[in-house]
Ligand binder design. Structure first.
Ligand SMILES: Cc1cc2nc3c(=O)[nH]c(=O)nc-3n(C[C@H](O)[C@H](O)[C@H](O)COP(=O)(O)O)c2cc1C
Length: 407
């Protein structure tokens, strides 16, 4: 089933079921436009044979980035560079979606010390500022930003957008009963907490053409006390399905509870099953009539096939293996490979290494791939981690300098 095509509700056809999930590449220049390194990575990913590529976070607001080198789609974007990226990502027949996001309270303090959020609850991590609570006008303004970015994405040649409402960013925190403590029509019941996402989807859908794909990434659970749980994410999926979306991607967790990219902290039972959120995806799929994609943990072809044939999911989302071996889909299809790279399993448990080290090692591998065309898995964990942190500090310095020069 992995090699069969899938027709989405709007009629667009994915040539197979393997999807590259969003991987925040953070490889843009100080004006937040794609670099040639980033464009070359997307070309390789397309040539690798996946049916669909979803970009990492593309921000709708320059003051709400999750990384200083994020790609931004707004009126100041260099449209020709954005088109170059979209064309590179489609060069071998894959479709490409721009993942539209607003970082909300997960915007680093160095980028914005008072980020807009759904509530005044500050992220419980170092390096993040005290949020400004969004007014009704701000929330309506957000819908304008998302729809305007979607329109630009279409103009630049993307096949669609994925609205990022997972992983603790602004839309995810609006859905979360733990973070969204509002008592107006934007908070409280599931219906109220979904209102912002729903309005954004309506605005996006009406801003783009019928055959432009509109997808949503949702948390199955925040994996935090008082946070979003699967019973509510099923209800949210049923509400947003009515907004003519083409599929829902299922993930989980946020910066405080990073469950989307687990490694050695995995329970034995999850290791055998591989896919972290498959049961949740099944629950959501049973409640909706549109395709569902689940991302996180898939490494064995047999398990991917089983997930598809058991009707728990329609699409298999994969992240980290694309960083290590961009051509793995073709190898899976030809039978040369049956298990994808599992580098994340080689690292010590979380409590023995610095916070974020494994994630940062993968980010460093992405950067190397952009420069040289291939990763270098011999790089030690701490070396990759520290180098990534140094590079991130430098990109923040460049961004701040660029902002000062503009004033
Ligand atoms: C370096 C890195 C960057 C990521 N950036 C994003 C992102 O921008 N958007 C997103 O939705 N998920 C992001 N994720 C999560 C991945 O899409 C995916 O859910 C996660 O890696 C688990 O899938 P895997 O086990 O196949 O890697 C990122 C993961 C990694 C490792």
């Amino acid at each position: 089933m992995l090699f069969t095509s899938l027709t989405l509700p709007n009629g667009r056809i994915l040539k197979n079921r393997v999807v590259k999930s969003g991987l925040s590449e953070a490889l843009c220049d100080s004006k937040n436009n794609p670099t040639n390194d980033l464009i070359s990575i997307f070309k390789r990913w397309s040539q690798g044979g996946a049916g669909l590529l979803i970009t990492g976070n593309i921000m709708v607001d320059r003051w709400h980035l999750e990384h200083a080198a994020n790609f931004v789609l707004d009126q100041s974007t260099n449209f020709s560079k954005a088109s170059e990226l979209a064309n590179a990502a489609k060069i071998a027949g894959s479709l490409v979606l721009a993942q539209l996001s607003h970082a909300g309270r997960q915007t680093p303090k160095a980028i914005n010390s008072t980020p807009l959020s759904i509530s005044n609850l500050k992220l419980d991590l170092q390096g993040y500022g005290q949020p400004t609570v969004a007014t009704e006008q701000d929330l309506i303004g957000l819908a304008d930003q998302f729809s305007s970015s979607a329109k630009i994405a279409e103009k630049c040649g993307f096949d669609g957008v994925e609205i990022h409402a997972a992983h603790g960013y602004l839309l995810s925190s609006s859905l979360s009963p733990r973070i969204n403590n509002r008592s107006d029509k934007w908070g409280g019941s599931v219906t109220n907490r979904t209102r912002l996402l729903q309005i954004i989807l309506q605005r996006v859908r009406s801003a783009v053409s019928k055959d432009f794909i509109v997808a949503v990434k949702l948390n199955s659970s925040d994996f935090q006390q008082g946070g979003l749980e699967i019973s509510e994410s099923v209800q949210i999926a049923s509400i947003i399905e009515k907004e003519k979306i083409d599929f829902i991607e299922v993930s989980g967790g946020n910066f405080e509870s990073p469950k989307a990219y687990q490694y050695t902290s995995l329970k034995e039972s999850t290791k055998t099953r591989e896919a972290y959120f498959l049961d949740a995806a099944k629950n959501i799929k049973e409640a909706v009539g549109i395709p569902v994609m689940v991302t996180g943990g898939f490494r064995s072809r047999s398990i991917m096939e089983e997930a598809l044939s058991s009707s728990a999911t329609d699409l298999i989302g994969i992240g980290r293996p694309f960083i290590i071996d961009p051509s793995f889909p073709n190898k899976l299809f030809s039978g040369v490979m049956s298990v994808l790279p599992t580098n994340e399993r080689n690292f010590p448990p979380a409590q023995e290494i610095p916070k974020g080290a494994v994630l940062n090692w993968f980010c460093d591998q992405l950067r190397i791939q952009g420069k040289t065309g291939r990763g270098d898995t011999n790089i030690p964990l701490l070396h990759g981690h520290n180098r990534y942190l140094e590079q991130s500090d430098e990109t923040i310095r460049h961004l701040i300098l660029h902002r000062k020069n503009k004033k």
